[in-house]
Design a protein around this ligand. Structure first.
Ligand code: G1P
Length: 288
């Protein structure tokens, strides 16, 4: 079945980024001039997804507003550059794609958030994107994964090598060995202490699931952090289904974390056509 549906869980609190996220969704924090959620949406559109399902919640209205066509283009003396910017803003979502917003009424975690999409997912496979994992990659990581999924029809999870000391922030996997960037997942555990981490590969926020994951999510009890964990549902699914780890090509920035977010801004700003060169010379002077 062709992959059309992608879920963006955006109801999380962003507590690692307070006070910025007290009233502003963490997904609306900008890297240079675009909010994180727009990078995530553009990655999904590039990969061919056409049904964008946002699981939203309290204080997240700005995300819904962002993808509306609300800007008046009636200003007569606008420069061509401004006009182009306005056009781009009003065409983030092409006519061929649609946005669906579902509220997660209770903050019960990532697994619970994804389960809220069940009525619109039907029996189709789908992707999940966590927007605070910003990944600089060409092609984008979702496109890389869709190409692999077409080959295998097995659920796919993006992973990367992380410092073992950081395992407390990730779903950590046990795998056999990688072959062309893919490995079978044998076990998965949510945010273990470093001594309990089964490898140094951590899960990054890109997933493609066969529809069975929804049955496992529905049966998953509250786990780590008093939340219904996606990782626990994946672990149950491993008993009956193959799930593969995909070591993606690209550079990931953890933008739910202040330092990761600042690094992303520096890197994306250095690549900016208008001021990248000037920024580089500023940084060089600043650091000598
Ligand atoms: C979530 C998942 C975790 C994964 C991480 C990737 O955690 O629960 O398994 O490794 O995203 O960013 P969160 O960062 O939402 O706490």
């Amino acid at each position: 079945m062709r992959l059309k549906k992608v879920v963006f869980p955006v109801a999380g609190h962003g507590s690692r980024f307070l006070p910025a996220t007290k009233a502003t969704p963490k997904e609306m924090l900008p890297v240079v001039d675009k909010p994180l959620i727009q990078y995530a949406v553009e990655e999904a559109l590039e990969a061919g997804f056409t049904e964008l399902i946002f699981i939203t919640g309290k204080t997240k209205r700005a995300i819904t507003d962002h993808f509306d066509q609300t800007l008046e283009i009636g200003v007569s003396n606008m420069t061509d550059k401004k006009k182009q910017l306005f056009d781009e803003m009003n065409n983030i979502i092409p006519k061929s794609a649609s946005c669906i917003y579902i509220r997660q009424g209770e903050p019960l975690g990532l697994g619970h958030a994804i389960l809220q999409a069940k009525p619109v997912l039907g029996d189709e496979p789908f992707a999940v994107v966590l927007a605070d994992d910003l990944i600089d990659a060409k092609p984008g990581v979702l496109k890389q994964m869709v190409d692999r999924y077409d080959d295998s029809n097995t659920s796919l999870i993006a992973v990367e090598k992380i410092k073992k000391a950081d395992s407390i922030h990730y779903g950590m996997i046990e795998i056999d060995s990688f072959n062309k960037a893919l490995a079978n997942i044998i076990d998965i555990i949510e945010k273990p202490d470093p001594v309990d981490a089964p490898s140094d590969f951590g899960v990054v926020g890109r997933y493609i699931f066969t529809n069975q994951i929804l049955d496992y999510l529905a049966k998953t009890n509250v786990g780590t952090g008093n939340e219904i964990q996606l990782t626990d549902a994946i672990k149950s699914m491993l008993a009956t289904n193959n799930v593969s780890a995909y070591e993606f090509l690209g550079t990931r920035y953890d933008c739910g974390d202040k330092l990761g977010f600042v690094k992303a801004n520096i890197e994306y700003a250095l690549k900016n056509n208008d001021f990248g060169v000037e920024l580089e010379s500023y940084l060089r002077n600043r650091l000598t």
